[in-house]
Design a protein around this ligand. Structure first.
Ligand code: SF4
Length: 273
């Protein structure tokens, strides 16, 4: 289900289970029996394990799956800890994914970076990726409860990019809505207005998909959610849109970018079935 972005040694770690945000399509509702957040306080041990892996090979590590780590930054400061740790590990590349908008949490992490020696900071800026999930305005407002607005996320992406860090745009999950062509075109136009091509490291694209067992539980919890009650197709234990809709959504987005970025910068999650 995860996009490796071509990295051979792809890992993800969950220092925090569950999320402050509440996206109606989030698989966490089907994965955990409770919505209570669980924080792993043995961060030092996670760092030690990462160092052990680094003695074997370079590591590409996503630290904000199964949660939105940055949303809890004010309480945990885990993003800042990861940033400082990563600064000292030259073969470690981090992806920090978020649906936060521009807020003090970003600034506090960037402030920690500013205090690093220049040569270390330069290396870190190649290896600490801020990934922003961007959704249709309509989807953010109706399904992604408590998350940063679309404009606030774009402002955050711009701020991070101006600070010199790589920005990844995640258009994942793409959601099928009426008028999806005009809606996604408007979203891509907004991205183009806010970020120059050179400010975007890469873009991931993927349509909504979720395992059969998770969706069963999610549907029970949200019987009136249009995104969960859609008649998805089941293939090999995974529910997703029919192939024709998947292709439509992906091509609509790619067409809307219309050469704004080289194709090598796009990573597609494709249904393997
Ligand atoms: S921000 Fe991500 S992890 Fe959090 S509820 Fe939304 S989809 Fe789930």
């Amino acid at each position: 289900m995860c996009q490796s972005f071509g990295n051979q040694h792809f890992y993800y770690t969950s220092c925090l289970m569950n999320c402050m945000f509440d996206c109606e399509y989030c698989y966490l509702q089907g994965m955990y029996p409770s919505a209570n957040p669980v924080v792993f306080v043995n961060l030092e041990e996670i760092f030690e394990e990462t160092k052990r892996l680094l003695t074997i090979h370079p590591v590409y590590l996503c630290i904000s799956y199964d949660s939105d780590l940055l949303a809890m930054e004010k309480i945990l400061s885990y993003c800042a800890h990861w940033l400082t740790f990563t600064a000292g590990q030259k073969d470690l590349c981090i992806e920090l994914r978020t649906k936060c908008g521009y807020n003090p949490n970003f600034l506090s992490v960037l402030d920690v970076a500013k205090k690093l020696p220049e040569n270390i900071l330069l290396s870190l800026k190649q290896r600490f990726i801020f990934a922003f999930t961007l959704s249709l305005d309509l989807i953010q407002k109706t399904l992604e409860h408590n998350t940063g607005s679309l404009l606030a996320r774009l402002k955050a992406a711009k701020t991070v990019s101006l600070a010199g860090f790589p920005v990844r745009i995640c258009l994942d999950p793409l959601i099928y809505v009426p008028e999806y062509k005009t809606a996604y075109k408007a979203l891509i136009d907004l991205i183009k207005q806010n970020l120059l091509p050179e400010q975007i490291k890469d873009i991931s694209l993927g349509t909504f998909r979720v395992s059969k067992e998770y969706l069963k539980r999610m549907r029970k919890q949200r019987p009136y959610s249009f995104v969960l009650q859609f008649p998805y197709e089941l293939n090999h234990g995974v529910f997703s849109y029919p192939k024709s809709i998947e292709q439509e959504l992906i091509h609509t987005v790619l067409d809307a970018f219309d050469g704004y970025l080289p194709t090598s910068k796009f990573y597609l999650w494709e249904n393997a079935y």
